[in-house]
Design a protein around this ligand. Structure first.
Ligand SMILES: C[S@@+](CC[C@H](N)C(=O)[O-])C[C@H]1O[C@@H](n2cnc3c(N)ncnc32)[C@H](O)[C@@H]1O
Ligand SMILES: Nc1nc2[nH]cc(C(=O)O)c2c(=O)[nH]1
Ligand code: SF4
Ligand SMILES: [Mg+2]
Length: 222
C-alpha cells in the first residue's frame, strides 16, 4: 500500500479538458516542481500544504462512493507523487472508471502512457508567459494518443504564434485534441477566436474554465 497527500477531493463538473461539462470526481495531490506565474492553485503546491494522507484503496473507495465515473487527478503536479504508478495501476484495474490526469508538461509520461488501460492525459505546454517554458519535456509529444489532449494556457494573444509553431512542428493535432485557454481574466477570449479565424486554425479549440463562470473564480472545491 502506498500513501498519497490529498489536499482536496470533491465532485463537480469538469471545467477544463476533453470532458468539460461532464461530472467528475477530483483528487488533488500536494506539491509541484514548477511555479507558473498565473497558477490558480498555488496553495496546493507547497510541501506543507494541509493534506489528508490516503492510500490508493481509500482513494478508489471514495471515488466509487460518489457514483461518478470520470476521475480527474490533478494538483499541484500529480505525476510527482511518490508511488504514483501504484495509484495509476489501481485505477487501471477499475474498468468502470475513466481516469484523466492533468500534468504540467515537464515530466515524462512514457512509463504511464504504455500501461495497459492507460489513463488519458491533459498535457499542458507551458508558454513563455508562465515563466516555465524551459522545463517542457517535448519528448512527451511522441507518446500522445487520440484519448489525450494538449493544452496551451495563453497569457497574451501574441503567444498563439508560438502555439501554432509547436502544434505544427510536432504535428500534435494529427495525434490528439489541441486546446487553447486564456489565463483567466487576462485576455479577451474573443481575440483568441479572431486569431483562430484569421489563421484558419480548424485544428485548435478554445476552452474557457467553466467552473470560474459558474462559481466565484477563487472558490475551492468546485
Ligand atoms: C492547477 S493545474 C494542475 C495540473 C498541472 N500542474 C498542470 O499545470 O497542468 C490545472 C490546470 O489549470 C491551469 N491553470 C492554472 N492557473 C490558471 C489560470 N490562472 N488560468 C487558466 N488556467 C490555469 C493549468 O495550466 C492546468 O492546465
Ligand atoms: N471544476 C473544475 N474542473 C477542473 N478541471 C481541471 C481542474 C484542475 O484544477 O486541474 C479543475 C478544477 O479545479 N475545477
Ligand atoms: S505546474 Fe500546474 S500546479 Fe504547478 S504551478 Fe504550474 S499551473 Fe500550478
Ligand atoms: Mg483548477
Amino acid at each position: 500500500m502506498a500513501k498519497f497527500q490529498v489536499v482536496e477531493k470533491f465532485v463537480s463538473i469538469n471545467g477544463e479538458g476533453q470532458s468539460a461539462g461532464a461530472l467528475a470526481v477530483f483528487i488533488r495531490l500536494r506539491g509541484c516542481n514548477l511555479a507558473c506565474s498565473y497558477c490558480d492553485t498555488r496553495w496546493a503546491c507547497t510541501d506543507d500544504a494541509e493534506a489528508v494522507e490516503m492510500t490508493e484503496g481509500e482513494i478508489i473507495d471514495y471515488v466509487k462512493s460518489t457514483g461518478v465515473t470520470r476521475v480527474t487527478l490533478t494538483g499541484g503536479e500529480p505525476l510527482l507523487a511518490k508511488s504514483i504508478d501504484v495509484l495509476l495501476q489501481a485505477f487501471a484495474q477499475c474498468s468502470d472508471l475513466a481516469l484523466e490526469i492533468e500534468t504540467n508538461g515537464s515530466i515524462s509520461i512514457a512509463k504511464y502512457a504504455s500501461m495497459e488501460h492507460a489513463p488519458s492525459f491533459t498535457l499542458d505546454y507551458k508558454l513563455a508567459g508562465s515563466g516555465m517554458e524551459q522545463y517542457m519535456d517535448v519528448s512527451n509529444f511522441a507518446l500522445l494518443q487520440p484519448k489525450d489532449t494538449v493544452k496551451f494556457v495563453c497569457s497574451s494573444v501574441d503567444e498563439l504564434d508560438r502555439v501554432c509553431e509547436i502544434v505544427d512542428q510536432y504535428r500534435i493535432s494529427e495525434k490528439c485534441r489541441v486546446l487553447i485557454s486564456p489565463v483567466f481574466g487576462s485576455i479577451e477570449p474573443a481575440d483568441m477566436v479572431d486569431y483562430l479565424i484569421l489563421h484558419q486554425r480548424n485544428d485548435i479549440r478554445l476552452q474557457l474554465q467553466l467552473h470560474k463562470f459558474i462559481w466565484d473564480p477563487n472558490k475551492r472545491g468546485v
